[in-house]
Ligand binder design. Sequence first.
Ligand code: NAD
Ligand code: UGA
Length: 466
Amino acid sequence: MENNLNKIICCIGAGYVGGPTMSVIAMNCPDCEVNVVDLNAERINAWNNKDLSKLPVFEPGLEKIIKKCRGKNLFFSTKIEENIAKADIIFISVNTPTKKNGVGAGYASDLKWIESSARQIAKFSKNHTIVIEKSTLPVKTAETIKTILTSSEQNNISAIDHKGQTFSIISNPEFLAEGSAINDLQNPDRVLIGGDDDDSINLISDIYKSWVNPEKIITTNLWSSELSKLVANAFLAQRISSINSISALCEATGANINEVAKAIGTDSRIGRKFLKSGPGFGGSCFKKDILNLVYLCRYYGLNEVADYWEQVVDINTWQQKRISSLVIRNLFGTLSNKKLAIFGFSFKANTNDTRESPSINISKNLLQEGAKLNFYDPKVCEKDILIEFNEKIYRNNVLVSDSALKAAQGADAILVLTEWEEFVDLDWKHIFEVMRKPAWVFDSRNCLDKQRLKDIGFKIWTLGTT
Ligand code: NAD
Ligand code: UGA
């Protein structure tokens, strides 16, 4: 069903969320004009690149939508002022990383980009504007946004009148996962809209109803919506830490993690999804959102709750150290002058995003033991790999190859750290021939055919099995 909404939408932040989300809105709401703005001119240029393989975000299905909508009702621009001024609805979709310095450093979210967005909106917007928190935020951030949008003291934060401008603040967190973003946006499990201004909630609901079943649209108050996003990520990450902790017990006892995951996952109360053990969760959000939750709990004096959730992150770090240690142990206790091929640098398959990728920490652990690493990833470019190893102690020991075979040349071991499908069907026989013997494969994603590799002659370790 198509609507006749005729609204002008602006999205501040053309990143992994802003770009794909606005593309899907533009495709489903042809009467809306969607303008995605960003400070980063290079990123905007990449969104406008004629060569669709050069878009700044790789997501299956995205190119097709960009081809259809860009230049029609979807625009990418650095003209922030003019696009804010003409917008009826503004999504704030900027980054909210963990604070590096000052109060709450290492835990709290750094809201400086949220603050600058709110200041831009306060300065340039006209008439009535619906301001939507799309970024993941600590509970009560809407209050901060409100304070910036107006200096007037009002109790109802959803309808602020300030110098002729009026604003409604809505929370509409995003639940897409990278690598499946377009499908997640097109067929979401739910759309969450929090606020206390019914007119604005209804308008945003109408936009989503253009393609989402109305039964999947959940409305709540602002604080529940903000908190639900953090809690959803915490629960998802908790499952990964839970199954990863059990992977170690499987290795110790002779149980098999895949069999255990299947056996427990068939209980409908537990469910099958998100039970794949691996080298720990990566990505820009799980760690930062849990640490943010931990910070909030401590702020409210709930120290036991904070300690409980922090363990999810601690187990994740432990799993990465555990994998590095067992690689070293199996390679006779030393990596000095040994060559290792690292297969996979993105934090999961089907994305070019490397933020918080387990590959980064595991590789650094190995480099500190004296290893020389040669990386291959089907979608991550050389520059984005090398940037993680800028320090002098790493720089000379890191190479990037444009094929798996080249990365494996002369290597003592291969570590599979991302579950790219192409790794399964590589010419493993040829790879074995070019490696130094004994040739090891450490499969941290449990994605390869173990028996086939054994038959070729590899020594193989797979996570959570013996
Ligand atoms: P990102 O870093 O890819 O993109 C953010 C963009 O905002 C950057 O390009 C930056 O230049 C721009 N920006 C920052 N301040 C600006 C300003 N004042 N004016 C204009 N542009 C500005 O981040 P992302 O991965 O898209 O994440 C954005 C938010 O969405 C975060 O809060 C994140 O937690 C949340 N989120 C991310 C995902 C995901 O899969 N990446 C999923 C759900 C939610
Ligand atoms: C995650 C959530 O799944 C999204 O709902 C959320 O919107 C998003 O975070 C966010 O807020 O940023 P994303 O990080 O893109 O999405 O990807 P996931 O599929 O959740 O994977 C996260 C990490 O967990 C990856 O490193 C992945 O390899 C790992 N993982 C995932 C496992 O090790 N096992 C699993 O069973 C699932």
